[in-house]
Design a protein. Structure first.
Lengths: 196, 571
């Protein structure tokens, strides 16, 4: 016996299991980052002096990174839409581009981090840098997690397209939802840490 | 399907199984072992409290130091007792074991929505629990800053605290996977006809519990990450400026706030209280309806009260923090919400109590535990009211009164409900019956000794005895008049330990007993009893997936030839 609604929608909820599951997971993620953002507000309002982001951080680089991530969200949707349109080749291209953009984000982040370590800006320097490294670090871990999933469905997991195309398309949709969430976290991190 | 089953090896069938029933049993057995271990830690502590600084019998040689419990180790045992009982014992048993095993059966699903994630959830829990155990063997011993891990103490504590944090991260991940699974299962896999208002109350409680775990745990994960950063990367999130430790000013940057941890921690830990109690309500409701042979009183009131309880539990957390100096206006808000949250609890308890009215009650072991639960939880709940008001809480907060209060909720409350559940569902899980005599002995002795342990705590607490004394209050002026109670509590605790032998022996002889294979020995109405074999089929649960036509508690329906009408019986 197979578990029902793994691929098809349940009529009264209009969802398949995986999609509901990932939405619930994202709700939990909202609470995780929500807790960290609350901590940020609590720490910032609790002291008299709080540095502005530009004192320590590189705004142009972060703007470039924001562009990378937003574009990657677009290509992610395109890869899913290509599958919906039965165009497997385009899916491969868009997934590849998504991965490339994510990698570009990580490379920029790597230069940002190493530069800071180089000039002696460490998490222990002050709480602004502490929360900066904690939140962006956790975000980078989420990016890496997303890249692993996208890569898996790009090459090794893509076999499913032949055996069960509908289920494969669903999987890409789920990864996409997660990927958009990770982007969204960055959309909040960027102004909060760099601009305010 | 059956041919497939024969091919499974022991490993895939019992260890790395993805069947929700096997995973439920794995959760159950592991958590029962942890409960016993956590209880054993407390029995050691109680020796030190009753007879300060005398060598401890039996386990003294392990402790070293002439068998006398050192104060640092006393702190470790206290912190680990709390952590183990809550995160490794009660929650995995109530949610992991009972939820896994019975939610799919009660809603007519062939398995959980994500069987592999389900197995992953158990193994995360297992690894998390192993990490917690490893804590005992690192230099300085296991975490010793209380189960609440308040900084700055926890920030500068020994390595055990880091181990504790890693363990917690694993446990949080496990509960995340488990709660997503239960939620999706209940929303998506209800069988035909199983509408929301036909769900057994047990399923409702698991559903709400899953929401609490899903949304309340991540802030603790955030807090855990911040504390790890404090401990490993030298940040000062929870470290105020100019902190002096052992006469020396710490060199960290400062500017952080210990209060921040408390807010994040209690944002989890208050809903956690309802994570502990809601499944207990669910189990008790099933058993009371079944053993009074009449429908539960106020089904809808129960459901709405539980949903409201779940919602409110997110906005009462700071009532744990009245004495931190967070400000009176915040205190006023949280006092109000705390008073409001007592309303649904009273609705639930009243509905359960009224359900007994006019029933023809069967006094079997599960029912005795259920009946014991009601007054015990009542005591726990009512003694909580003064703690919800800052004026009273400031005097009571760091005394034994608080310990008495929350143990009444969790120990003779939730744990009684869990025992009730084990006795009630044992025939379904094994196809065998438990011994009623041993079960009743287990109940009566547990009941007496539970009260022997916790009732004197109220007396000590009202007298002003602090809850953090290693010597049991020997050198503490407030304690002089009530010092004799230490021995009463300790002896009760050890006798309570002995009373559990009835339970263990009962489980073992019942497991080796004769298989009756009765499908529905209690004449119950819900699907797990009426439509599955005992134990239910390996993969797939049901021979034919049932449809549902009726509410969950149609007992003693007029004009029916039996006094119970199954949910799956056509109208």
């Amino acid at each position: 016996m197979d578990i029902p609604f793994t691929v098809k929608n349940r009529p009264d909820t209009g969802l398949y299991n995986g999609k509901l599951g990932v939405w619930l997971f994202l709700a939990s993620e909202v609470m995780l980052f929500g807790g960290l953002f609350s901590a940020y507000i609590f720490l910032r309002t609790g002291v008299e002096q709080w540095p502005t982001g530009s004192e320590y951080l590189d705004i142009p680089l972060a703007t470039l990174n924001t562009l990378f991530l937003i574009t990657s969200s677009v290509t992610m949707v395109m890869s899913w839409a290509s599958l919906k349109l039965n165009d497997f080749k385009k899916f491969k291209i868009y997934s590849g581009v998504t991965l490339l953009l994510a990698l570009a984000f990580l490379v920029v982040k790597y230069f940002e981090y190493t530069h800071k370590f180089h000039v002696g800006y460490l998490p222990s320097t002050n709480n602004f840098l502490g929360i900066y490294f904690t939140m962006t670090g956790l975000h980078v871990l989420h990016i890496i997690g997303g890249m692993i999933c996208i890569f898996y469905f790009w090459i090794p997991g893509a076999k499913m397209w032949e055996s069960d195309p509908e289920r494969f398309t669903n999987r890409i949709e789920i990864v996409g939802l997660y990927w958009h969430f990770v982007d969204l976290v960055w959309i909040f991190l960027f102004p909060v840490l760099y601009l305010l | 399907m059956s041919a497939e089953q024969h091919k499974q090896s022991f490993l895939t069938k019992y260890i790395f199984s993805t069947d929700h029933k096997v995973i439920g049993l794995q959760y159950g057995i592991t958590s029962l072992v942890w409960l016993l271990f956590g209880f054993a830690l407390m029995m050691i502590m109680r020796y030190q409290l009753a007879y300060p600084e005398s060598p401890i019998p039996f386990v003294g040689s392990i402790i070293g130091d002439g068998g006398i419990l050192p104060s640092e180790m006393y702190n470790s045992l206290g912190a680990m007792h709390g952590t183990i009982m809550i995160f490794l014992g009660v929650v995995p048993l109530a949610f992991g074991a009972f939820g896994n095993y019975f939610v799919p059966l009660q809603i007519g699903a062939i398995d959980m929505a994500f069987p592999k994630l389900n197995a992953a959830s158990y193994w995360m829990y297992f690894i998390g629990s192993v990490i917690m155990a490893v804590g005992f063997f690192v230099p300085g011993g296991a975490a010793n800053s209380g189960w609440t891990s308040y900084p700055p103490l926890a920030d500068i504590a020994t390595t055990g605290q880091t181990v504790w944090l890693f363990g917690m991260v694993m446990l949080i991940t496990s509960s995340l996977l488990g709660s997503v699974n239960i939620l999706v299962t209940v929303i998506q896999l209800r069988t035909e006809g199983m509408t929301w208002m036909k769900l057994p109350i047990f399923v409702w409680t698991q559903f709400i519990t899953a929401f609490l775990l899903l949304l309340a745990f991540p802030p603790l994960e955030a807090a855990g990450v911040l504390q790890l950063m404090d401990r490993l990367a030298g940040t000062s999130f929870f470290m105020p400026s100019g902190l002096v430790v052992s006469g020396e000013v710490l060199t960290n940057a400062g500017g952080g706030s210990p209060l921040l941890w408390q807010h994040l921690f209690w944002f989890l830990a208050h809903p956690e209280v309802y994570v502990l109690i809601l499944p207990a309500f669910g189990i008790i409701t099933e058993i009371i309806a079944n053993n009074t042979r009449k429908p539960i009183w106020g089904y809808k009131a129960l459901v709405y009260a539980m949903v409201f309880l779940g919602f409110m539990s997110f906005i009462v957390w700071a009532h744990h923090m009245y004495i931190t100096g967070m400000g009176t206006s915040i205190g006023a808000f949280f006092q109000t919400t705390t008073m409001i949250i007592s309303i649904p609890s009273v609705v639930i308890l009243t509905a359960l109590l009224l359900s007994l009215w006019g029933g023809s009650i069967r006094f079997n072991t599960p029912m005795l535990f259920a009946l014991g639960f009601i007054p015990m939880f009542g005591i726990g709940g009512l003694t909580g009211l003064p703690l919800g008001l800052a004026a009273a809480d400031i005097h009571l907060h760091d005394t034994y009164y608080v310990i008495g209060h929350f143990h009444y909720v969790v120990a003779p409350g939730t744990i009684f409900a869990l025992f009730a559940g084990i006795y009630y569902w044992f025939p379904k899980m094994t196809g065998k019956r438990t011994n009623e005599t041993l079960g009743k002995l287990h109940f009566f002795f547990s009941m007496i000794f539970m009260n022997g342990v916790f009732m004197p705590m109220f007396v000590q607490g009202l007298a002003g005895v602090s809850r953090r004394l290693w010597d049991g209050g020997e050198t503490y002026a407030h304690a002089a008049d009530v010092l004799y109670l230490n021995e009463v509590m300790s002896v009760s605790a050890w006798l309570l330990g002995l009373a559990q032998i009835f339970f263990i022996v009962n489980m073992i002889i019942s497991l080796f007993g004769k298989k009756t294979g009765e499908k529905n020995p209690w004449n119950a109405t819900t699907l797990e009893w009426t439509d599955t074999t005992s134990p239910p089929l390996g993969h797939g649960n049901f021979e034919v997936v049932p449809s549902v036509y009726r509410g969950p508690y149609e007992y003693s329906v007029p004009d029916d030839e039996q006094d119970f009408t199954p949910q799956s019986k056509k109208v």
